[in-house]
Design a protein around this ligand. Structure first.
Ligand code: C2E
Ligand code: SIN
Ligand code: SIN
Ligand code: FE
Length: 428
């Protein structure tokens, strides 16, 4: 910091302060890594007045540097990956922690022309500095090119970029930590959910994923903000977590449950509510409402509390549509799979009875996407068998409860509706 101020005498103290405050304010408090990197890159492009700016982070597992955030001509949304073992500039900065300043990049044999070639950009001046964490370890590279006045980067520019890199490093470090915790939290949720479901599901992962996707699409179709829809998507796999407390004799009973058994089964909502009682995170609070209330009905005839209409939390009114639809579409120990279109008709018929009519309307809107998720199921094929595949065992009239079904991954419909259905952080 002192070096930078000493070096940068020709700029007024007031201006320096302004520059730093603006940068600091724009990045502080942003814990979402992608948003943070984007904001840093925007600011740096402005402050240094350059044609291009990129932030590379180390991917330790893959031994690569990757840049998802790049600002400048031809670079939006371009992910660049560089092996750490490469002999180019970016890898050299990452490996040595040096600052590299090239008046004319093409004169340096280490400079890789690849990025310019694919993005139709001509790099002239080039400056790269390391991003270091608070123990001095390099975790990335901060790179700018082409000062708009056409001159090479000078010592002042190096000073500024190093200072900005220092400020940015703290924020990036914190954001990475948050992201790791978030990913760990989602992973834990899925592991818990799989534990709860694997006993009575033919294909737990497909079931959880489909319910997640349907809930997410419903939330978006209802006009919820993407952030809230994502919380619903991430919480939804936990809705039946209370089933962990049910015995196999009930959960895996091949036939119809007696009234006494059904009373015990109903307790899975209460158990789920208890398991998630007192949770602090947003996602687990939503999961608690879903667990406790996903068998409530719009007309008040559901359980455990017999809540009616708007008394039922909206998250539960959403998951119940997704849950019943999916339960109908697949094989259970106690029932055969329905054709997807029959399940759809059932959902429509339950508007105002089991389900919130507004949510049934939303389901109508998203049904073309939902239908695709289930189109590969044997029950939807004209002859009951998917093309080119042998008849799965699960199609037999008395299916084995734990027989895994040979179901391919659900179709990603994101292309059609522009919605990111794949939860990139979760490998379901
Ligand atoms: P699940 O199998 O995940 O089913 C969730 C919900 O989907 C059911 O909630 C019900 O609303 C709907 N559903 C599933 N299959 C059918 C069906 O064939 N017809 C109709 N109209 N709706 C269906 P519900 O009824 O409160 O049941 C909760 C859970 O209790 C079920 O979860 C399942 O694990 C268990 N269960 C329900 N009925 C039986 C049964 O007859 N035998 C056995 N072994 N378990 C049952
Ligand atoms: C390099 O690593 O040689 C430069 C790649 C770039 O243009 O960012
Ligand atoms: C609860 O979560 O117990 C209250 C129900 C609600 O949020 O409406
Ligand atoms: Fe349930």
């Amino acid at each position: 910091m002192q070096d930078f101020i000493n070096e940068y005498n020709n700029v007024s103290a007031e201006k320096k302060l302004h520059l730093l405050i603006e940068f600091g304010a724009s990045i502080s408090g942003e814990v979402r890594l992608d948003k943070l990197l984007d904001s840093i890159a925007k600011q740096v492009t402005k402050i240094l007045d350059v044609g291009r700016c990129a932030i590379y982070l180390k991917d330790v597992e893959k031994k690569e540097l990757y840049s998802t955030i790049t600002k400048g001509k031809g670079l939006e949304h371009t992910e660049i990956r560089v092996p750490l073992s490469a002999n180019n500039i970016i890898a050299t900065v990452a490996n040595t922690g040096q600052t590299i300043n090239l008046p004319n990049a093409y004169d340096d044999p280490r400079f890789s022309l690849e990025v310019d070639m694919v993005t139709d950009f001509r790099t002239h001046s080039f400056l790269a500095v390391p991003l270091k964490n608070n123990t001095g370890k390099v975790f990335g590279v901060f790179q700018v090119s082409n000062k708009s006045d056409g001159t090479p980067f000078d010592q002042n520019d190096e000073g500024i970029l190093n200072l900005l890199a220092t400020l940015a490093s703290r924020a990036i470090d914190v954001a990475k930590l948050y992201q790791d915790v978030h990913v760990a939290q989602l992973e834990t949720i899925y592991r818990l959910a799989v534990t709860a479901e694997y006993r009575d599901q033919q294909d737990t992962r497909a079931h959880l994923k489909n319910i997640s996707i349907i809930s997410y699409l419903l939330a978006l179709a209802l006009g919820m903000r993407r952030k809230d829809a994502e919380l619903i998507k991430n919480a939804s796999p936990l809705h039946d977590i209370g089933k962990v407390a049910l015995s196999d004799t009930i959960l895996l009973k091949p036939g119809k449950l007696t009234p006494e058994e059904f009373e015990k089964m109903k307790m899975h909502t209460i158990y789920g509510g208890r398991i998630l009682q007192g949770a602090h995170s947003k996602v687990l609070k939503i999961a608690r409402k879903m667990s406790l209330y996903h068998h409530e009905k719009w007309n008040g005839m559901g359980y455990p509390e017999g809540l009616k209409g708007d008394e039922i939390p909206v998250e539960a009114r959403i998951i119940t549509v997704a849950d019943v639809f999916d339960a109908l579409c697949v094989v259970r120990v106690y029932k055969k799979a329905w054709k997807t279109d029959e399940a759809y008709e059932y959902i429509l018929g339950e508007a105002g009875k089991s389900f919130d009519p507004t949510i049934v309307q939303a389901f109508k809107k998203i049904y073309p996407s939902v239908r695709k998720l289930y189109s590969h199921l044997p029950v939807n094929q004209p002859d009951g068998v998917p093309e080119g595949q042998p008849e799965p065992l699960a199609q037999q009239s008395t299916p084995e409860p734990l027989m895994p079904q040979n179901i391919p991954e659900p179709v990603n419909t994101s292309q059609e509706n522009g919605i990111d259905l794949e939860n990139k952080q979760i490998d379901l």
